[in-house]
Design a protein around this ligand. Structure first.
Ligand code: GDP
Length: 202
């Protein structure tokens, strides 16, 4: 599983506007600042591909990147951005939920969780919603290279990962697959690409 080619295709405001060629896709979603752009760039081995989705006006869109001409990585807007006005957040919820429930080519949602800090309520709520709606999900723990900090409870990435899994276990019949990653060291990169290749071949 290798990325030989990656190109930005389009930004869509509604699910109906997304590419209609039927290629399978994986959506990356997580709290603002979780490391989503860094992970996307690390996956495609480019420093700036994900900048496209950070441009003003594109951050609230569904951004499609075509990989090897055969599947898509989809960058969804980050949630939980404290400065976002309430209406925007409500819109965000409506719009991403519509995408999750109606995008037939969506193979799995990759929910990004920052492993350098303890579980956040909003992440748990998000995981719970995906579980209740039986949306296939993979947990991607980010920033696994980060050293523990006292002010964050002094826990290591592994401990935060374990805590998070325990907290969400009640939302799922079977434990969702999970991968530990770091965009700094590229930890988990090959594992993610292999996982996506396996899911595509089901
Ligand atoms: P986004 O808002 O989710 O797209 O997050 P970014 O990719 O912009 O990253 C947010 C911050 O976290 C930046 O300061 C990054 O340098 C940092 N960051 C992202 N990934 C990692 C990682 O794997 N390890 C460490 N230590 N820092 C990271």
């Amino acid at each position: 599983a290798q990325v030989n080619q990656a190109e930005f295709v389009k930004s869509s405001v509604r699910t109906e506007d997304c590419p209609s060629d039927g290629l399978p896709e994986f959506a990356l979603v997580g709290r603002s600042n979780v490391g989503k752009s860094s992970l996307l760039n690390s996956l495609v081995r480019r420093k700036k591909l994900a900048l496209t989705s950070k441009k003003p006006g594109k951050t609230q869109c569904i951004n499609h990147f075509r990989i090897n001409d055969s599947w898509y990585l989809v960058d969804l807007p980050g949630y939980g951005y404290a400065a976002a006005p309430q209406e925007l957040r409500t819109d965000w919820v409506k719009f991403t939920k519509d995408y999750f429930l109606n995008r037939s080519t969506l193979v799995s949602v990759f929910l990004l969780i920052d492993a350098s800090i303890p579980a956040k309520k909003i992440d748990l709520e998000y995981a719970s919603w995906l579980g209740q709606n039986q949306i296939p999900m993979t947990l991607i723990f980010t920033k696994c290279d980060k050293r523990k900090k006292k002010r964050h409870g002094g826990k290591k990435a592994e401990e935060n990962v374990q805590d998070f899994q325990e907290l969400i276990s009640g939302f799922f019949e079977t434990v969702p697959p999970w991968i530990m990653t770091s965009s700094l060291t590229n930890q988990g990169r090959d594992e993610m690409l292999l996982h996506m290749a396996q899911l595509r071949n089901y």
